[in-house]
Design a protein around this ligand. Structure first.
Ligand code: FUB
Length: 452
């Protein structure tokens, strides 16, 4: 596809995505669908999960952005991992006090809390031309900003992808992109380095970026994106008992998933460890990325089990949360594709065949008060049903939908039916498709909603 066609296609997609609610969005993977988000750095502040990503956009007319087109930063947060709040844009590239104007080069950021203040670190091209990227800092009283931006970049540091670690009273800045990655201790003011940066040792050869360090059971995990020879971008890690090293290389966390770059972060939230990364789910183009998350598990000896990316992602949606059923845990005799018609917002389940099912793990029914379930569906014929079952395709039926003609396979209607008996607690939900006459296409499903 040539560049013009691609831009036209993406602009159309973008127009539809922009129709979605701007402030609160509900999704599994990708986590948000109303804008492109890359390089997700996740942090937990006061019990709430925040993500500090960068923003990909289609280059505006006349702008040549051969690598990425990244004009600024938004912040997102969630309570349950299913509904995300967009806190809005906190910094535009033309507001960087020391930055080059109209550079569209706001790459991967990070944010960390020290005392009662939040420090936001970001790379940008400097107007003095002294480096490819310098790293700036902003300070705020709130994790969602607004931030007061420091007038100058951090002296003595050049490179991309700042990753921060606060360990007791000591703070460290990791950064870099290339054969070498670096670490420097920060002064208490969090705005200056306290000593010359050193190279992080023991890393395998090949291009590396996206340093992210966390501590678990007294072990420091230095994780990074690594272009593995003959494979492309992977996520790898090394461990040490000291934040500055020496480190021991441990292997890969994620194999190459053809996502272009693989910037990531790892946090523990509500007793579960989560890997954040990005892919190009919405655009199909590696410079318009969307952030994702999946659970990550450790072995007894502290090493990390490789993560396989899923559509279902993280979170336990509850009553009132939209269940994007097309972001399935497993699927049988059915498929997913982009929605079209009067509801072009993401994906749908389609080609639903008799005996087919789609399973969506972890739905919290709460105290047993759920009384109705709503399905957003489209259908071009009148024969068939689908059941909502608990835990497996032969599990208890809690609701049955008669398939009705909605005006066509791309014409969407919202139909509500009763939940026939009380359900409590967390269950996997399985939608099973039926048709007595062996029709091979029963219904198109966009989302489900369970309510009191
Ligand atoms: O998003 C721009 C750059 O691509 C990031 O800074 C890198 O980590 C890579 O994801």
């Amino acid at each position: 596809m040539n560049k013009k066609k691609l831009v036209r296609l993406i602009n159309t997609l973008w127009f539809f995505l922009a129709l979605l609610p701007a402030l609160v969005v509900k999704a599994q993977n990708p986590l948000v669908t109303h804008r492109f988000t890359a390089d997700p750095t996740a942090r937990v502040f006061d019990g709430r999960l925040y993500v500090y990503p960068s923003t990909d956009i289609v280059p505006p007319e006349g702008i040549d952005a051969p690598r990425f087109c990244m004009p600024g930063y938004h912040i997102f947060s969630t309570e349950n991992g299913a509904s995300w709040k967009d806190h809005g844009q906190i910094l535009d590239h033309n507001e960087v006090p020391w930055g080059k104007k109209n550079a569209y080069g706001m790459w991967a950021p990070d944010c960390i809390k020290r005392g009662d203040k939040y420090y936001y670190y970001y790379p940008a091209p400097p107007k003095d031309g002294s480096a490819f990227r310098r790293i700036g800092v902003g300070v705020s009283k709130s994790p969602g900003g607004p931030f007061k931006w420091e007038k100058n970049y951090i002296e003595g540091v050049q490179g991309i992808d700042p990753g921060l670690l606060l360990d007791g009273d000591s703070a460290y800045l990791y950064y870099g992109g290339g054969e070498e990655l670096f670490v420097a201790p920060l002064k208490d003011n969090m705005k200056e380095i306290a000593a010359e940066p050193i190279k992080v040792n023991a890393l395998p050869s090949g291009y590396k970026e996206g340093s992210f360090v966390f501590k678990r059971n007294e072990l420091y995990y230095f994780t990074f994106a690594h272009v593995f020879p003959d494979e492309g971008y992977t996520i790898a890690y090394a461990t040490s008992t000291n934040p500055m090293g020496p480190y021991t290389y441990r292997g890969k966390i994620m194999d190459n998933i053809s996502n272009g770059t693989n910037h990531h972060s790892i946090v523990k939230y509500k007793d579960q460890w989560i890997l954040f990364y990005h892919w190009w789910d919405i655009s199909g183009f590696n410079k318009l990325r969307s952030m994702r998350a999946d659970y990550i598990h450790f072995k007894e000896d502290g090493t990390i089990k490789k993560v396989k990316p899923t559509l279902r992602g993280i979170g336990t949606p509850g009553l009132g949360d939209t269940l994007q059923i097309d972001r399935y845990s497993s699927i049988h005799l059915a498929e997913t594709t982009f929605v079209s018609g009067n509801e072009p917002d993401g994906w749908m389940v389609h080609n639903t065949q008799p005996g087919g099912f789609v399973r969506f793990d972890r739905v919290n029914f709460g105290e047993g008060t759920a009384s109705k379930i709503t399905a957003r569906m489209a259908c071009g014929q009148r024969v068939g049903t689908f059941e909502v079952r608990l835990d497996n395709p032969k599990g208890k039926v809690i609701a049955t939908f008669e398939v009705t003609h909605t005006g066509g396979w791309n014409h969407w209607k919202t139909i509500t039916t009763d939940i026939t008996e009380p359900v409590t607690g967390i269950h996997d939900l399985v939608v099973v498709f039926h048709s007595e006459w062996g029709l091979n296409k029963i219904v198109n499903l966009n989302w489900l909603l369970i309510e009191d």
